[in-house]
Write a protein that binds this ligand. Structure first.
Ligand code: G3P
Ligand code: MG
Length: 228
């Protein structure tokens, strides 16, 4: 394994339609160390793996994902040839073989995600070392922390590394997840001095990958994990 973790963004978004089982399989075929996916809660309460809050960009459906039942979502086509997976299906595919970074997108995603994590840990099907829950939504991260402070957390930011560090300390987060455009050698160093891992996203070009690697980040999340 290299000095930093190689994480596929939404599976291997640069190769296969994002957040599909096929995209995740593609990332696994590239021997990634981890896979980032996005989750929402649908109308019937299940967690589904999808990035957008609305269905229009990627599916033959329209409207908000949170207002559809699971069976309505499962009947949609994603870019003509795929379907929307549930978080459980994704966890089954990865099967504790590598790190899953679950990004909580929609409101109310924290508790159902924690319920699934707790069940898998209790059943000894997953290790907490292979789980990282991240979000831009501070209230969702606080909900996870209050549910079980041992669940590893990552604070996402596209605004400020410093603010992410400050908030991360309040919820005992393991990592900050800054947009790579925010990073410098100095702020990566500062986060590490605060005891936080730095996982950068979404780093796609060879030039950017080289620069971000040189800051000694702990993980790089990329649409093209094969380039890492
Ligand atoms: O988790 C890293 C990255 O996925 C955050 O942004 O919009 O791609 O989910 P987004
Ligand atoms: Mg994401």
């Amino acid at each position: 394994m290299s000095a930093f973790l190689k994480i596929g963004h939404r599976g291997a978004k640069g190769h296969v339609t994002e957040n599909t089982l096929q995209s995740i399989q593609k990332a696994m075929d590239f021997n990634v160390d981890g896979i980032e996916i996005d989750v929402h809660v649908c109308k019937t309460g299940e967690l589904v793996v999808f990035h957008d809050f609305t269905l229009d960009r990627l599916t033959n459906g329209t409207g908000e994902i949170g207002k559809k039942t699971l069976s309505q979502l499962q009947n949609l086509q994603v870019e003509d040839q795929y379907t929307i997976p549930t978080l459980r299906e994704v966890l089954q595919l990865i099967d504790n073989k590598l790190l899953i970074n679950i990004e909580l997108k929609g409101e109310g995603t924290a508790i159902p995600t924690c319920n699934i994590i707790q069940e898998l840990i209790n059943d000894k099907k997953w290790s907490l070392d292979n789980i990282l829950v991240s979000s831009f939504q501070q209230n969702e991260l606080v909900d996870v922390f209050n549910y079980d402070s041992n669940i590893p957390l990552g604070v996402l930011t596209k605004a400020s590394v410093n603010q992410a560090i400050v908030f991360a300390k309040t919820i005992n987060a393991k990592a900050i997840h800054p947009s790579f455009s925010l990073l410098s050698k100095n702020n990566v160093q500062k986060a590490k001095e605060e005891g936080l891992l730095v996982n950068a996203w979404t780093v796609n070009t060879k030039q950017a990958i080289k620069r971000i690697k040189s800051y000694q980040v702990d993980a790089i999340i990329s649409d093209f994990p094969d380039r890492l």
